[in-house]
Design a protein around this ligand. Structure first.
Ligand SMILES: Nc1ncnc2c1ncn2[C@@H]1O[C@H](COP(=O)(O)OP(=O)(O)O)[C@@H](O)[C@H]1O
Ligand SMILES: [Mg+2]
Length: 257
């Protein structure tokens, strides 16, 4: 199994001052669901932009599909689906009109677009909203339109930058489920960033942990679990939560609530 993304000593310094990505060497294996975990400001988005060739590294290299990635690598980007954090959509567009627009920019014919759009809208569970204006959607529904859009060209590599950002627990659970489904497609590699351990933990086969621009761990998720014997549970509670939290704290082995 090869590596779909390989970074070597990747470094990005903004304005000769902020070291956003610091000497980062990391491999993303083909077919993996790779979780890129780190707190806000740790360099995840900068690293993703470097992997896509949207910005120039200060030092180091990125290879994607075994080829050097740079700002002029439009041919490589053709095979990558990219979902930025909190994507924005043109006013008045619906999932159908937006996906049709994206399909046309990828040069798909009408005969190709119609079945593809139907399939994608079903996959992201937006059938009932397919003709409604996206600007009226919840954050979770908007994210699902974005995921459908970045799948339009059937990319081998999907890069999702904090797809669970701003979602409530239900929206997060459904996004995590969707990513799991995508990851089951054998020829696809999914690279997903998050600052929430619980999201990564549930879906990913591999993980990279970044802090202050430096990679502090990378490997299989099973190896992480051996390192940190810890589980995170998430509960939604209605009503007065204070007595509930008190009770949970009394349970032995609970580290934090
Ligand atoms: N265009 C930019 N100009 C200057 N500093 C930047 C720029 N983009 C990001 N940074 C800085 O780089 C660091 C990493 O940011 P970012 O990659 O967005 O982190 P994350 O996505 O993990 O929250 C932060 O300190 C941020 O302020
Ligand atoms: Mg970010």
């Amino acid at each position: 199994m090869g590596n779909v993304i390989r970074t070597q000593s990747l470094t990005k310094i903004f304005n000769n001052q902020t070291i956003a990505v610091n000497n980062l060497t990391m491999d993303v294996p083909e077919g993996s669901i790779f979780g890129f975990l780190g707190p806000n400001g740790s360099g995840k988005t900068t690293c993703i932009k470097l992997m896509l060739g949207l910005i120039r590294p200060s030092a180091g290299t990125v290879d994607v599909f075994g080829e050097p990635m740079g700002m002029d690598s439009a041919d490589l980007r053709q095979h990558i689906g990219y979902l930025p954090t909190n994507p924005q959509f043109p006013d008045k567009m619906t999932p159908i009109t937006y996906l049709d627009f994206i399909g046309r920019t990828f040069g798909l014919t009408k005969q190709e677009r119609v079945p593809r759009i139907t399939e994608l809208i079903r996959a992201v569970d937006l059938l009932s909203l397919s003709s409604q204006e996206i600007r009226k959607f919840s954050t979770g529904e908007t994210t699902r339109v974005g995921i459908a859009a970045c799948l339009i060209n059937d990319p081998q590599l999907l890069i999702l930058d904090e797809p669970t950002s701003g979602l409530d627990p239900i929206g997060r659970a459904s996004t995590v489920r969707l990513i799991t489904e995508l990851g089951k497609q054998k020829d696809k590699t999914v690279f997903v960033s998050s600052h929430i351990l619980a999201d990564i933990d549930r879906v990913c086969t591999h993980i990279g942990i970044i802090n202050d621009g430096k990679l502090v761990f990378t490997g299989k998720i099973t190896d992480v679990k051996k390192l940190i014997r810890m589980n995170t549970f998430e509960l939604s509670v209605e009503g007065d939560t204070a007595p509930f939290i008190e009770k949970v704290r009394e349970i032995p082995n609970i580290i934090d609530v």
